[in-house]
Ligand binder design. Sequence first.
Ligand SMILES: [Zn+2]
Length: 64
Amino acid sequence: MAENVLKGKRIMGSSRAPKQVSDLRHCAKKDCETTLSRYNKREFCYAHAPTKFPRLRGRIVAEG
Ligand SMILES: [Zn+2]
């Protein structure tokens, strides 16, 4: 009894390169067209990202 089994698995599916940024997100700012990376979880771009520092009201900090 010879086993009629084909040996040798054919490699299925070639390793595809990961999709490049397919879903580009834009800054949440209306007039801002800055695109955010899909890896960037922020809603705003760097320029419009809310700062961590609370703005001092009524006080203008002049630097320099
Ligand atoms: Zn922006």
